[in-house]
Design a protein around this ligand. Structure first.
Ligand SMILES: N[C@@H](CCC(=O)N[C@@H](CS)C(=O)NCC(=O)O)C(=O)O
Length: 231
């Protein structure tokens, strides 16, 4: 069974979870809960850049979420059929990474209204372009001629946007349809309904991350430096 080590939440591990899910690869979440556990993990030599997430699979220790996603894409045949398809997958996945960052940061905003406003602006930039790409491609997928990891990471990003802005896909029907098809894939549907899927990030998640990394909390939270380790 694969092992995915990260905080107790979605964050930068979530695209890998969706790729494990679509590949129907069983995995367990290992949640690092404090500085001591992170220090031990770093001491194990499994993190080449001292960063999480870590994916242990096929006897390998994989780091960098984008590399994990691509490893799983190659493994499951989700990287298109030729170099041109693969380039398209990378193009879309690169745009998705930019688009997804706003959703990753949403829970760290001072209020829900600020988070939602930021997501709406970001969707206004990228949503119509993803929609246009689906229309132009004609294959109901964002890259190449069949479902790829680009569609999976796009749907993962959209799942976060939808939690904050439930109507956000109403004006982009092709994107909405793609979202439904990815989340309807058997492995993904099973994952989303399982205990492996963490809830939408909340203040507790932000506290967990700051505690583990010894970092400051967002400035709007009480006593923002409470976990910062003096140099
Ligand atoms: N590009 C990396 C970013 C990894 C990253 O920044 N991880 C954070 C947690 S979300 C971390 O481990 N930070 C501690 C550090 O950078 O030393 C990825 O996507 O895997």
């Amino acid at each position: 069974m694969a092992k995915l080590t990260y905080f107790k939440g979605r964050g930068r591990a979530e695209t890998t979870r969706w790729m494990l899910a679509i590949n129907q690869i069983s995995f367990e979440n290992i949640a690092i809960a404090n500085k001591e556990e992170l220090a031990a993990l770093r001491g194990s030599g499994k993190l080449p850049f001292d960063q999480m997430p870590l994916l242990e699979i096929d006897g390998l220790c994989l780091s960098q979420s984008s590399a994990m996603v691509r490893y799983l894409a190659r493994k499951g045949g989700f990287y298109g059929d030729n170099d041109s398809d693969a380039w398209q997958c990378d193009l879309v996945a690169g745009a998705v990474a930019d688009f997804a960052e706003t959703a990753l940061q949403a829970a760290f905003q001072p209020t829900a209204a600020v988070a939602i406003a930021g997501l709406e602006v970001r969707f206004g930039k990228f949503g119509p372009r993803f929609e246009a790409r689906l229309a132009a491609n004609g294959a109901a997928v964002s890259a190449g001629s069949r479902l790829s990891f680009a569609d999976v990471v796009l749907a993962e990003a959209l799942s976060n946007y939808l939690e904050w802005c439930p109507d956000i896909l109403d004006a982009t029907p092709l994107l909405k349809d793609l979202y439904g098809r990815v989340t309807g894939q058997p492995g993904v549907a099973r994952y989303l309904a399982s205990d492996l899927r963490y809830a939408k990030p909340d203040d507790q998640y932000i506290l967990d991350v700051a505690l583990v990394l010894g970092r400051a909390l967002p400035p709007h939270m009480p006593d923002p430096d409470r976990f910062v380790t003096p140099a």
